[in-house]
Write a protein that binds this ligand. Structure first.
Ligand code: PLP
Length: 428
């Protein structure tokens, strides 16, 4: 057997025409029929939980398998052929991620285990060194716990103060209040690119400009936005960006932390161990430069390599084309859902949101509804979606969430709405 990696491209992949049925054919999980007593031919899979984690195209599955089958080795350690192929695969993937987010250099792209780890990295490696008692961290109530709790922990440890940008009644950042909360005391503004509950798309470029004007840095939790809206950290003046591979049609277990080069240089490592050092003595050590400085230990090797394949996959389709498709689908879904009595969708108008619809049905428990939808082959999420403060603000303990991806189609929406009607009749 000859040993070679199958994708060694250095330029972005060629664009393909947007054909949702052809895209669906790339995803084996969507081809299955679910066993059903009432439907001997089986039920189609209606996967509406892409916001939690996206299904994987065959090319991503194949790439991860290829690494294990053909040239698996540890990364950045061996000069032998397997090791060289792994190192090459990782650096190609890093380049692809850098291009995806518009980073100036692939050295600004650090592989982590996911968004949560990336934000914790920022809180420890940047926050602990650069912030001190009395400094303010600006958040808001639509944030996922991953972009709240690390800042709460940091604030408690160093005596920093948490402040919040108020939200409008329809679930947007109330920018008219920004001057009141973004002041010279603000050292960091941490904000989601897209709310994982309301779907709200936040104006990160404008927020970065306003943050920089008072001398603050901005961190964007891009877990939901990177897969669905075009991202460019240089154009938008983003200092730090975090996202997960698994929401970008890539493997789980790998994520990205982007930091501007001069900030990464000024930061200390978050974790100590192998690979992140320059020289280790008995009683102290010196650090390597980024990205190695922040990649202690063994990386999720096959996952990080396959993340590059996922990036190629979405870029061939085009994030802008996927976004337009998803917007049209969400508009169609919202229109149909509005005809169902007692159903209330949370969040801003469709034009200001991404492919997520969270809702409640009057008199129906979210868990019961999600379970009845499952019986009809429709997979949605219920609960607080790791946004308890947002649910407190909405005055509800839980909601049901339908989230869409580049493979979702109108039939998904039709089956979802039909299943909602059936569930409503059963439950009320
Ligand atoms: C907006 C947002 N931030 C952070 C996360 C956490 O991502 P992960 O669990 O991959 O670290 C999620 C996941 O649901 C999310 O939607």
């Amino acid at each position: 057997m000859t040993i070679e990696a199958t994708t060694a491209e250095s330029s972005p992949p060629a664009r393909r025409a947007y054909d949702v049925e052809a895209i669906r054919a790339d995803f084996p999980a969507l081809q299955q029929r679910l066993p059903s007593r009432k439907h001997p031919e089986g039920l189609p899979v209606t996967y509406l939980d892409t916001g939690a984690s996206a299904q994987k195209p065959q090319v991503v599955i194949d790439k991860e398998r290829e690494v294990y089958e053909k040239y698996y080795a540890n990364a950045y350690r061996g000069v032998y052929r397997f090791g060289a192929l792994v190192d090459e695969g990782l650096e190609e993937s890093r380049d692809k991620v850098a291009r995806l987010i518009g980073a100036a250099s692939s050295d600004e792209v650090i592989f982590t285990s996911g968004t949560t780890m990336s934000i914790n990295l920022a809180a420890h490696a940047y926050g602990k060194k650069m912030l001190s008692a009395g400094d303010e961290i600006l958040l808001n109530e639509m944030e996922h716990h991953a972009n709240l709790v690390p800042w709460q922990m940091l604030a408690k440890e160093i005596g920093a103060v948490l402040r919040f940008i108020p939200l409008t009644a329809d679930g947007r950042l109330d920018l008219s209040q920004l001057d009141a909360v973004l002041t010279k005391k603000t050292k960091l503004l941490a904000v989601t690119g897209m709310s994982n509950v309301l779907g709200t798309l936040n104006p990160v470029g404008l927020l970065a400009e306003r943050a920089h004007a008072v001398g603050a840095k901005i961190l964007v939790d891009a877990a939901q936005s990177v897969p669905h809206v075009e991202t460019n950290v240089v154009r938008d003046g983003i200092d730090f960006l975090a996202f997960s591979g698994h929401k970008l049609y890539g493997p789980s277990g790998v994520g990205v932390f982007y930091g501007r080069a001069e900030l990464l240089d000024a930061m200390d490592p978050f974790l100590g161990g192998g690979h992140m050092i320059e020289r280790v003595y008995r009683d102290h050590a010196t650090w390597s430069v980024a990205p190695a400085k922040f990649e202690a230990g063994t990386l999720p090797i096959a996952q990080a390599i396959a993340l590059g394949t996922a990036v190629d996959y979405v870029q061939a389709i085009g994030i802008d084309a996927a976004h337009a498709h998803e917007q049209a689908l969400v508009a169609y879904a919202a229109e149909r859902m509005q005809t169902i009595p007692g159903l209330k969708i949370f969040g801003p108008p469709i034009s200001d949101r991404g492919a997520i619809l969270s809702f409640e049905m009057d008199g129906v428990h979210p868990e019961d509804l999600a379970q009845l939808l499952d019986l009809q082959g429709v997979f949605v999420r219920h609960g607080h979606h790791c946004t308890m403060p947002l649910h407190d603000l909405l005055g509800i303990p839980a909601s049901v969430r339908a989230s869409f991806g580049l493979y979702s189609n109108r039939e998904d929406v039709d089956r979802f709405c039909a299943a909602l009607e059936t569930a409503r009749h059963k439950l009320l």
